[in-house]
Design a protein. Structure first.
Ligand SMILES: C[S@@+](CC[C@H](N)C(=O)[O-])C[C@H]1O[C@@H](n2cnc3c(N)ncnc32)[C@H](O)[C@@H]1O
Length: 460
C-alpha cells in the first residue's frame, strides 16, 4: 500500500535517539551520526517519510559522537595538521560511535560519509542504497573529518552536488529522501519512480493540473485529448527537449531510440539549436613551424589534411577553415584544389565534398587568418593555440564558454608544431591531447578531429 502526502506531524521526541517508532521485519534501518541531532527533528517527521516511518518501512537512529566523548568539555574537533583555517573532526568519537553500532546496535551496514569530495549521489546510487537493509550516514562539520577514518573502516564518501554546505546534515537528508522513496511501498504503486528525472537518463517532462486555463495560459491540448499514445509521445519529446536545453551532457549516456534521435535532429533544429560551432574557426599553420632539425621554417601542403580538416569543419558546423602558407607554389596548389572540389569536376561529382571545401580559405600568415575571421564576423577572434608539447592549460569547457558570444580562431600546427612566436601571440593554449601520457604524437588531422569533438561534442 502506498501513502499520500498528509498533514501528520509526529513529535520529534518520538524518533530522536535512539527510539525508532516501529520496527517491521523488513524495515530499512538508517543510522545518522551528527553533532546536531536536533537538525533532523522535522524532516524525518514530515509527509511521506513520516508516514513510512510510522508504517515501519524505515527506521532511524540518530547518534551524536559528542555523547561518546569522555573529556570534561566533550571535544570533537581539533586543529588541522599542516596548518590552515578551520577545525577537523577527531577520529575517536566517530570510531567509537561506529563500533558501538557494530557491537550493540545490530551493525552499521553500508557506511557513507557525506563529503563534497565524494562520488556523486545519482539516481542509480539511490536505487542501489534503497536495497540495503542498513545504512549509516556520517555527517561532517567544520573542515571535515580526519581522513584516516577511511583507512580504519569501510567508509564510502558521497557528495550531493558541486557546492559546499556547512555540514553533512542537509546532504544526509538528501540521500535519505532519494533512497527511501524507492523502497517498495513508499510511494503509491502507480508512482514507481521509473518515470522521473534521471530514471531513463533524461530530465522529466512538465506537469500540469487544474484549472485548464490560468491567467490566459492553457494546459497543452494534447494532455486533454485522452489519447494515451499521443500523450506518451509528447511527454517523451518534452523530456528530450528539456534535457537537450538544460543538461546536453546527459544525452551522451542516455539510451536514445532512433525516433528520439530523429526528433532531436529535426524538431529541435527547427526550434533553434545552440550551434556554438558557428563561432569556431580553425586554421592549419604551415609557417612558421618547427622542422625536424630544431629549426623553424615552412612545410608543404598535404592534400589529405586539407580534405579531412575541411570535412571535420563542415561536420562540426565551423565558421571557416583557413590554410596558412606564405609559399606561392603552395598557395597555387591550394587554389587548384579548392577550385576542383567546389566549381570543378570534383564538386560536381561529390557535392558533399564541395560543401566542405566551401569553408576553406587561404592566408599568407596567422595575422591574415585573424583578419579573415574578423572580416566575416565583425569581431576580432580570440586566438587559441594547440600544441602536443607546450604546457597549455585551457580546457574544452573554457573554449565552449568563449564560443557563446565570441568568435574563436583555433590554430593547429604542421611539421613538429608551431613556432614559439605564434604560440606566444595566442590568447590561450589548449591542454595537449592525452596530456597524461608520454606518447601523444597525433597526426594533425587526427588532433583537429579530437579537439573539435571535445569542444563541441554531438549536440553543440
Ligand atoms: C564546510 S564542509 C567542509 C568542506 C571541505 N573542507 C571541502 O572543501 O570539501 C563541512 C561538511 O559538510 C558536508 N558537505 C559539504 N558540502 C557537501 C556536499 N556537496 N556533499 C556532501 N556533503 C557535503 C561534509 O560532511 C563536510 O565534511
Amino acid at each position: 500500500m502506498g501513502f499520500g502526502e498528509g498533514g501528520r506531524n509526529l513529535s520529534s521526541e518520538r524518533f530522536l535517539p535512539p527510539s525508532p517508532i516501529f520496527i517491521q521485519n523488513k524495515a530499512m534501518r538508517i543510522n545518522i551520526l551528527t553533532l546536531f541531532p536536533e537538525w533532523f527533528a522535522s524532516p524525518l517527521d514530515t509527509a511521506l517519510l513520516g508516514k513510512a516511518r510510522e508504517a515501519g518501512l524505515v527506521e532511524f537512529d540518530i547518534l551524536n559522537p559528542r555523547d561518546r566523548t569522555e573529556d570534561r568539555h566533550h571535544i570533537v574537533d581539533d586543529r588541522p595538521y599542516g596548518g590552515g583555517p578551520g577545525m577537523v573532526m577527531m577520529l575517536e568519537p566517530l570510531v567509537k560511535t561506529l563500533r558501538e553500532l557494530e557491537t550493540e546496535r545490530g551493525g552499521a551496514g553500508r557506511i557513507i560519509m557525506l563529503a563534497a569530495a565524494g562520488k556523486p549521489l545519482t539516481q542509480s546510487l539511490a536505487r542501489e542504497l534503497a536495497r540495503e537493509e542498513t545504512l549509516t550516514l556520517v555527517c561532517g562539520r567544520y573542515e571535515g573529518i580526519d581522513a584516516r577514518l577511511m583507512d580504519i573502516l569501510p567508509v564510502e564518501q558521497v557528495s550531493v552536488g558541486e557546492a559546499v554546505l556547512n555540514g553533512g546534515e542537509a546532504a544526509a537528508m538528501m540521500l535519505v529522501e532519494a533512497a527511501t522513496r524507492l523502497i517498495p511501498g513508499f510511494m503509491g504503486k502507480e508512482e514507481s519512480g521509473d518515470d522521473e528525472s534521471f530514471s531513463a537518463g533524461l530530465l522529466e517532462y512538465p506537469h500540469f493540473t487544474r484549472p485548464e486555463v490560468f491567467e490566459d495560459v492553457p494546459v497543452p491540448d494534447v494532455l486533454r485529448s485522452g489519447d494515451h499514445g499521443r500523450i506518451a509521445k509528447w511527454r517523451r519529446e518534452q523530456s528530450l527537449r528539456t534535457t537537450l536545453r538544460v543538461r546536453p551532457d546527459m544525452l551522451d549516456g542516455a539510451p536514445l531510440t532512433s525516433d528520439d534521435m530523429e526528433y532531436l535532429r529535426e524538431t529541435v533544429e527547427a526550434a533553434g539549436r545552440l550551434r556554438l560551432g558557428r563561432n569556431l574557426h580553425c586554421a592549419l599553420v604551415h609557417y612558421p613551424v618547427f622542422l625536424g632539425d630544431r629549426k623553424t621554417g615552412a612545410t608543404s601542403l598535404t592534400n589529405l589534411d586539407v580534405h579531412d580538416i575541411a570535412r571535420c569543419s563542415r561536420t562540426y558546423g565551423l565558421g571557416s577553415f583557413t590554410v596558412v602558407t606564405p609559399l606561392k607554389d603552395q598557395q597555387t596548389i591550394l587554389e587548384t584544389l579548392v577550385r576542383h572540389w567546389t566549381e570543378g569536376p570534383g564538386g560536381v561529382s561529390n557535392p558533399d565534398r564541395a560543401e566542405a571545401f566551401s569553408l576553406v580559405r587561404m592566408a599568407s600568415d596567422v595575422q591574415g587568418a585573424i583578419d579573415l575571421v574578423e572580416a566575416r564576423t565583425g569581431q576580432r577572434p580570440v586566438l587559441l593555440g594547440t600544441s602536443a608539447r607546450d604546457n597549455g592549460v585551457m580546457t574544452p569547457q573554457a573554449v565552449r564558454d568563449l564560443l557563446v558570444d565570441r568568435p574563436v580562431l583555433l590554430l593547429f600546427g604542421t611539421g613538429h608544431g608551431m613556432a614559439p612566436e605564434i604560440l606566444d601571440a595566442c590568447d590561450g593554449i589548449l591542454r595537449p591531447l592525452r596530456w597524461m601520457d608520454a606518447y601523444n604524437h597525433l597526426p594533425v588531422r587526427g588532433a583537429v578531429a579530437i579537439t573539435l569533438d571535445r569542444v563541441l561534442g554531438d549536440c553543440c
